[in-house]
Design a protein around this ligand. Sequence first.
Ligand SMILES: Cc1cc2nc3c(=O)[nH]c(=O)nc-3n(C[C@H](O)[C@H](O)[C@H](O)COP(=O)(O)O)c2cc1C
Length: 341
Amino acid sequence: MSTIKSDKQAAERKDIHLDLAKSEATKTDMHIHPLDHIDLPHCALPERNLIDVRTSKAFLGKTLSMPLLITGMTGGTDRADRINLALAEVAESEAIALGVGSQRAGLAHGRSQREMRALMPKMPLIGNLGGVQLAKSGGLALAQRAIDDLEADAIAIHLNPLQEASQPEGETDWRGILEALDALVHKSEVPVIVKEVGAGLSPKICKQLTAIGVRILDIAGKSGTNWARIEAARPEASDTRTQAYLAPFLDWGHNTADIMPLARSACPDSCLIGSGGIRDGLDIARILYLGGDMAGMAGPVLAALETDTLKIDQQALADMISIWRDQLRLAYFLSDGPQNW
Ligand SMILES: Cc1cc2nc3c(=O)[nH]c(=O)nc-3n(C[C@H](O)[C@H](O)[C@H](O)COP(=O)(O)O)c2cc1C
């Protein structure tokens, strides 16, 4: 397949993913959400005024109103660009960090997202590329273009072997990625973040990444957006054999709630982002309680912003983020705050 054709397909796939990610049918089958098992220690004597409780957080040299990153989702099509520009305005006004989705297809088609930086002068903006693309010939130069296009504060490299292996046209050669990451860490002038996309970075992988100098890890575990289910729901996977082949893997991966404390023990000095299934401000507090420095959200942000395929409601997302911030404040108040956990 020619590179141009596969880049075009990758861009089209991004739009299909936007719809499938919002569908209830692609959610992990869970009776009880794993984060609901995490009870923060209740404090019956807060000895402070709720309105004085601070939720701000320093991240990538900037001060956020809360420890929240909208993790990378999309890019490379008109619809994706509209979503990213809308997200940029909300992220700046709500003072939270934002990542874009893979920049590979967009850059291959000469599309720039530099307008996002103009909309986000004060908040962290994070670029994105797949680990597989990084390891290919020209991968380091592509990463540099991704950083330059956004004037990014960091570049996130996603590891998504489950998702790729679930796509009939997906990348299955995962050799050489650690080496490519090592090279990027040593070359890049901005921090490198390594993330999963919903199946989780195990403590062992976190340690391997830390050993080559990656300082920021987004564990992106299972319990939210489910890529095996999304890929299995695409028409390309609808034949009986592919459905039977994928069936046992639909809920594969590490639960966010389980791996967050293990990742912290494995990497005591890393900046750890806990994501995958974070639903609200209490879940953000739970992630911090389990050892995270920051929480990340993607699917719920998209659902709040894009009410149907054509309508973008920035106010609805801003209102939701404000509720999440107030929930985080209340969780700090009722549990004596992170400094006492
Ligand atoms: C529509 C959609 C597209 C995504 N595309 C990307 C991507 O291009 N690059 C990436 O690193 N992660 C991508 N993700 C994964 C998210 O960044 C995140 O790791 C994952 O969805 C788990 O978080 P959640 O449960 O809050 O959705 C995407 C997520 C969604 C919902």
